[in-house]
Design a protein around this ligand. Structure first.
Ligand SMILES: Nc1ncnc2c1ncn2[C@@H]1O[C@H](COP(=O)(O)OP(=O)(O)OP(=O)(O)O)[C@@H](O)[C@H]1O
Length: 360
């Protein structure tokens, strides 16, 4: 990662709302802006794009796009950005190829087709090039919209809830393509969502927004398991961890993944041995005991230390943050169970993780 970071320091007053953020962001990977409706996520994107005039500083790597102290404000067309909206706004009179060519022309580098070819490959849309936008599914339209944004050689990709208008099936279809972008693109992305699923699958870095302010920033692992914000993902509370595929049990459609705290059997989603995978473990799929109790239907048993126990969204439940060889996990258990097991900070426990509850 580059030492030069991206810096967004902005204030934007509106009636009943004040955006006031000072963010230092990584120069690679996906930064997710997460928060409830009206918290200011889109306003940040619009200011970074120059579509809205906040006051402050927008510096991307070595380039300054806005600096009020120096009376500098680059108009949108001069900022090397790609912007993907909720609804893919494709030109309906052009086919997919024509839409992509438009993106290339916008970059002023119409003879450099490399970025366009790369975008077509990255989004898997080569077979759609001659199609009219009306003949595309919602997921395909969004993939074309993202490819068009990339064809313009952006230094930064802004995505404003790109899956909000898609149904669940289409979201599942497009998520792997977004993961591919995250893993293969060298440019940073700012991604707005209020879906905890998208947050856990896509984010490297997270900014949690509330009432125009960034109330927390950090890695997705830290933010998701932070007990400071128990209501952040509500019922969907989870931890993400990365691991390496070690073994496959084809008979049972399971894969064994080595994570920092030990080994986990999870559903095999077509993994390859040696592949690095990101796992999402829902707090509700983790139960705790003070002994190994291997005679259960649960496949995975990891030894861990209790770090925090906090009240959950319902008084019947507690959320327990565990340290599993330096890896954070969350368990959602009943308050009665926490009491009966005598759990306190520092207790040694066994975390039992349902294999079927581990998502990738
Ligand atoms: N053009 C505008 N003029 C005046 N107020 C606006 C405008 N756009 C947004 N707002 C207000 O600014 C605040 C922040 O809006 P913003 O769209 O940034 O939030 P958000 O977190 O992106 O919300 P959502 O998740 O619903 O898209 C809200 O109170 C909103 O009503």
């Amino acid at each position: 990662m580059s030492l030069v970071q991206n810096h967004i320091r902005l204030t934007l007053p509106r009636a009943d709302f004040l955006l006031n953020v000072d963010l230092t962001l990584p120069t690679t990977g996906i930064t997710v802006l997460f928060g409830v409706s009206g918290s200011g996520k889109t306003s940040i994107l619009r200011c970074v794009a120059g579509l809205e005039r906040g006051k402050g500083l927008v510096r991307m790597g070595g380039d300054v796009w806005q600096d009020n102290a120096r009376k500098l404000f680059q108009p949108t067309w001069k900022r090397p950005i790609g912007y993907v909206f909720q609804e893919a706004s494709l030109f309906e009179h052009l086919n997919v190829q024509g839409n992509l060519e438009y993106g290339l022309r916008r970059s002023g580098k119409k003879h450099d087709r490399h970025a366009l070819d790369e975008a077509v490959e990255l989004l898997g849309i080569a077979h759609l090039l001659q199609r009219a936008p009306q003949a595309l599914s919602g997921g395909e339209r969004q993939r074309v919209a993202i490819a068009r944004a990339l064809a313009a050689h952006p230094q930064l990709l802004l995505l404003d809830e790109p899956m909000a208008s898609l149904d669940l099936a289409r979201r599942h279809e497009i998520l792997p393509w977004l993961e591919r972008l995250r893993d293969q693109l060298a440019i940073p992305m700012l991604y707005v969502t209020h879906s905890s699923d998208e947050l856990s699958r896509l984010a490297d870095h997270v900014v949690v927004m509330d009432k125009g302010q960034a109330i927390a920033t950090g890695s997705v692992e830290d933010i998701l398991t932070s007990t400071q914000y128990p209501a952040l993902t509500g019922d969907e509370a989870s931890a993400v961890l990365s691991g390496v595929v070690k073994e496959k049990e084809t008979q049972w459609h399971l894969a064994k993944i080595a994570v920092r705290g030990g080994l986990l059997w999870v559903r095999d989603d077509g993994f390859n041995i040696g592949q690095v995978v990101r796992l999402r473990i829902m707090a509700r799929d983790v139960s705790l005991s003070t002994n190994t109790s291997t005679h259960t239907s649960i496949q995975n048993h990891l030894q861990a230390t209790v770090e925090h126990i906090i009240n959950d969204i319902h008084p019947a439940q507690k959320l327990v943050r565990l340290n599993c060889a330096g890896q954070a996990l969350l368990a959602r258990i009943t308050s009665k169970a926490a009491h009966d097991l005598g759990l306190t900070t520092g207790s040694t426990v066994w975390a039992h993780v349902k294999a079927g509850g581990v998502g990738t």
